[in-house]
Design a protein around this ligand. Structure first.
Ligand code: NAD
Ligand code: WQD
Length: 343
């Protein structure tokens, strides 16, 4: 009983490897390392004291996926692999449709051919588009506003169609809000290449002196301090949600063979609240300037978490302080990410 973890060398995937190994599951990671460093898996082995099987491969290589599924006798897949940068997706949409949509299609085809019929998929709150009401429930209308979001929606639809075609399939579509933080050991964490697009990595790079100041995108939103509000979730809580989803699906106790569930905390924090929390955790000043709104951003976005509590018996436990403390611990212990160990 082995779980295939695609994209398992990446940020969320590496934390998921820890959660599954610590829960006693056998795993094999498949990753093309397009946005990861395989040292993350050595760190996973260090944290868990267990060896991590790794296959350097692309999810679009269907024959290879089939040979991996058969070789390791996989019974389920947790599917993280894909491209994830919103801005980049508007510049190179075909790469996004190819990696994300075509890749997931090939992965599903390989699974069908090998009779592996359980998948957990990394979706995103981005599929809700501009919120019509808050908190966002899973039946809020969907409507992605960029190619990245549309790939997530297309994949969700593909999974729903496949689940309807045969009750033997079991899918967990997990819509993440804003994952942040790192493993408490400081051995694994987020390692963005280039200028970070996301708030937390940017704040960390101001704290450690790599960037001079944060640009706060918009201070005229209809929120408590005018800056954007998001539902940040600790990556360790997030991957525990995957473990619960895996167990619920595998036990056959799920209410449906295709669960679509939000993974968030239900609490929103503004950009300025994040800045202050990080200042407390790091004891560093985070310099910032107000800048114009970023195109495509919404004022506020946070989850209704009741379905996750009901269907997965899961809820996020870690608060903002732990999110900032664990991020800072990871950055202090790995000032150059994983690259300091390269050569
Ligand atoms: P990440 O880039 O760190 O991880 C993705 C991994 O997939 C990387 O290791 C990359 O090398 C690998 N990969 C990419 N394309 C591949 C391919 N064609 N074949 C094999 N491997 C491939 O990103 P992450 O933040 O860990 O995100 C994981 C998943 O969660 C992604 O699907 C992402 O869209 C989704 N997600 C992330 C966030 C977030 O804010 N981080 C939010 C919502 C959803
Ligand atoms: C958070 C807040 C910004 C950077 C994105 C994707 C989403 C999902 C998670 C994958 C917003 C503000 C940011 C900066 C800032 N990813 N900000 N200065 O946009 O909520 O979600 O990541 O699925 O699809 O869109 O996250 O971290 O980019 O921004 O002021 O330099 O921080 O305006 O209010 P976002 P984020």
């Amino acid at each position: 009983m082995t779980v295939l973890i695609t994209g398992g060398a990446g940020y969320i995937g590496s934390h998921c490897c820890v959660a599954f190994l610590e829960a006693g599951h056998d795993i094999v990671v498949l990753d093309n390392l397009s946005n990861a460093n395989s040292l993350s898996l050595e760190r996973v082995a260090k944290i868990t004291g267990r060896k991590v099987s790794f296959e350097f491969a692309d999810i679009r290589d269907q024959p290879k996926i089939e040979s991996v599924l058969k070789h390791y006798k996989c019974t389920a897949v947790v599917h993280f692999a894909g491209l994830k940068a919103v801005g980049e997706s508007t510049q190179m949409p075909l790469a996004y449709y190819d990696n994300n949509v075509v890749g997931t299609h090939r992965l599903l085809s390989a699974m069908a051919n090998c009779d592996v019929r359980q998948m957990i998929f990394s979706s995103s709150a981005t599929v809700y588009g501009e919120p019509k009401f808050l908190p966002l429930t899973e039946n809020h209308p969907t409507g992605a506003v960029n190619p990245y979001g549309r790939t997530k929606l297309m994949i969700e639809e593909m999974l729903r169609d496949v689940s309807a075609s045969d009750p033997a399939w079991r899918f967990g579509i997990l819509r993440y809000f804003n994952p942040v933080g790192a493993h408490e050991s400081g051995l694994i964490g987020e390692n963005p290449l280039g200028i970070p697009n996301n708030l937390m990595p940017f704040i960390t790079q101001v704290a450690d002196g790599r960037r001079e100041r944060l640009s706060v995108f918009g201070n005229d939103y209809d929120t408590r301090d005018g800056t954007g509000v998001r539902d940040y979730i600790h990556v360790t809580d997030l991957v525990e949600g995957h473990l619960r989803a895996h167990e619920v699906l595998a036990s056959g106790s799920a209410s449906s063979n295709c669960l679509t569930v939000n993974l968030g905390t239900g609490t929103g924090y503004s950009v300025l609240e994040m800045v202050r929390a990080f200042e407390r955790a790091s004891n560093k000043e985070i310099r910032y300037v107000f800048a114009p709104r970023r195109e495509g951003d919404v004022a506020e976005c946070f989850a209704d978490t009741s379905l996750a509590e009901k269907t997965l018996a899961w809820r996020a436990e870690r608060g903002l302080e732990a999110m900032c403390r664990d991020t800072w611990n990871w950055v202090c212990k790995n000032p150059s990410g994983y690259s300091s160990e390269e050569t």
